[in-house]
Design a protein around this ligand. Structure first.
Ligand SMILES: Cc1cc2nc3c(=O)[nH]c(=O)nc-3n(C[C@H](O)[C@H](O)[C@H](O)COP(=O)(O)OP(=O)(O)OC[C@H]3O[C@@H](n4cnc5c(N)ncnc54)[C@H](O)[C@@H]3O)c2cc1C
Length: 483
């Protein structure tokens, strides 16, 4: 199935593969159109989606200007190069199925990958359950495990209680293809995830373990179809030992992409409005300046798009989708490891919890190691509105309480709250119950001369590869209109 907003793939490949470098622009556009314009295409946002669109449009012979509000490129790809252990604040892992990312890595030439499994995989974890920390084995013998019924206890695998909840997802996945979530026949699955799991036999205890880890913070507020789409995507990503990380940091990819642009992205250029007219589009900057182009590609995440003034307003179903599609919350608090605390309590290095605590992992990369304390969904909610210093203080206290062996052996170095980030105002998009049936992928529909991209508009892939896919779709949409 192909979404109405996505171009025919063969047109893409024919156009781009056949060397769009020499694309003959329509005479009227090439000859008469450029004079009064600041660029042929203005891209809003220098994340992976915006940069991918920019490079493809440049390859198609167009003059492209990228406007980025932040003082760096990359968006939700952000390697914290100056923080001990050089953590990743955003996108980190890629799979063999990330075809566009691998092709970009080849194109850039100087990007080194490392095996996720070698550096970060295979970690055992301790379970923090109602304030008590235990190894998985210990936990399975204790009273907490008895809250599951016998059939569920038999399902405990390496993931323990978390695996039980996931084991209620059907195999094979009812979504046969990566884009089957958009097939109208999948609408029966567009229901609250907790109802869906209950219908498949999950106990209240299994649901309690899955809830803190779903993006929405409540399994009732996320669609089962969204979760099945994620599971289908994970299946397509293949075995864990195929995962890779970026040896010198993921940010080297967007930085390398930006360096290939003839016009360097304009940083600290905050866009506040977009206008589409009879023969082109206009971008309004926060300082009131106006820039004109034949086309605009807007790649900002939906919580930011909701605040842009768009003239004329988006049509009803699209406007509603832009307002309604939610983003999850996530907080990452990073710690330098002064001494291996796990050697002092004999417990596994990583901690998983069903409590508001979240999860903590020792992360190793070719650039060093650090402790990553991650709170997503429900576990992020109690920390909403805290400053960076307060977050680091609170996280340190929580870790010390949960795991006394960390006292004096870790030191908070940096905290990232994606909700509080003005350029994102959220972590990742997800769909609530009924959203896919109501909105499909309407957020990807062009509005006059304004095209949209960003991971929230991807049809088949998710995450970084979804962002690249979306940039490609928008670029090809424009090139196809011009051809
Ligand atoms: C904690 C975390 C972990 C992740 N881990 C993974 C992973 O392991 N693997 C994976 O594949 N994906 C992962 N992802 C997802 C991945 O990082 C994103 O899907 C992807 O980077 C999104 O790219 P994008 O271009 O669509 O959006 P963004 O990267 O958000 O880019 C949007 C750009 O628009 C700019 N912008 C916003 N507002 C304005 C404005 N008003 N004017 C001008 N510019 C503006 C922003 O500054 C930003 O640069 C993770 C994300 C997070 C947050």
């Amino acid at each position: 199935m192909r979404d109405a907003a996505s171009p025919d793939r063969r047109t893409v490949l024919k156009a781009i593969g056949a060397g769009m470098a020499g694309l003959a622009l329509p005479r009227a556009f090439a000859a008469g159109g450029r004079g009064a314009r600041d660029a042929d295409v203005i891209i809003v946002g220098a994340g992976l989606a915006g940069l991918q669109a920019a490079l493809l449009l440049q390859e198609g012979g167009l003059d492209v200007l990228v406007l980025e509000g932040n003082d760096r490129v990359g968006g939700r790809v952000w390697s914290l190069d100056k923080v001990p252990g050089q953590p990743e604040a955003g996108g980190a892992e890629i799979a063999p199925a990330y075809a566009r990312m691998h092709s970009m890595i080849q194109q850039l030439g100087n990007i080194e990958l490392a095996s996720w499994m070698q550096y970060q995989g295979g970690q055992d974890f301790a379970i923090l359950d109602q304030g008590r920390l235990a190894s998985l084995d210990e936990w399975q013998k204790g009273p907490a495990a008895a809250r599951f019924d016998e059939a569920e206890r038999a399902r405990f695998g390496r993931m323990g209680p978390f695996g039980v909840a996931l084991s209620y997802l059907p195999r094979p996945n009812p979504l046969s293809e990566l884009d089957s979530w958009l097939d109208p026949r999948s609408a029966v699955l567009d229901v609250p995830f907790d109802d869906y799991l209950r219908g498949r036999g999950a106990s209240a205890e299994a649901l309690r373990f899955i809830t803190p880890h779903v993006a929405a913070g409540s399994a009732h507020d996320i669609s089962a179809l969204d979760q099945l789409r994620s599971a289908r995507f994970m299946e397509a990503m293949g075995a864990l030992n195929g995962l890779q990380i970026f040896a010198q940091g993921t940010s080297r990819v967007p930085e390398g992409m930006a360096a290939q642009l003839r016009r360097p992205p304009r940083l600290r250029a905050r866009v506040s409005g977009l206008r589409t007219g009879k023969d082109g589009a206009e971008v309004v900057l926060a300082d009131g300046a106006k820039l004109r182009a034949r086309y605009v590609v807007c790649t900002v995440p939906l919580p930011v798009l909701r605040k842009l003034r768009i003239d004329p307003a988006l049509p009803a179903p699209m406007a509603e989708a832009v307002q309604s599609i939610p983003y999850s919350s996530s907080l990452s608090i990073f710690f330098a490891i002064k001494e291996p605390f796990w050697e002092h309590d004999g417990l596994p290095q990583a901690i998983w919890s069903r409590d508001s605590f979240g999860r903590a992992f020792v992360r190793r990369t070719p650039r060093g190691e650090h402790l990553w304390f991650y709170k997503a969904g429900a576990s992020a909610i109690p920390c909403k509105g805290l400053s960076q210093a307060e977050l680091m203080k609170r996280a340190t206290r929580e870790l010390h309480e949960a795991r006394p062996s960390t006292v004096g052996r870790i030191e908070a170095t940096f905290a990232v709250d994606w909700d509080a980030n003005p350029w994102t105002a959220g972590h990742l998009p997800y769909r609530g119950p009924g959203h896919v049936s109501r909105y499909g992928n309407v957020a990807a529909t062009p509005h006059g001369f304004i095209h949209f991209a960003g991971d929230h508009t991807a049809v088949t892939m998710l995450g970084m590869e979804g962002a690249l896919e979306s940039g490609e779709r928008a670029a090809v949409g424009i090139l196809t209109e011009l051809a």
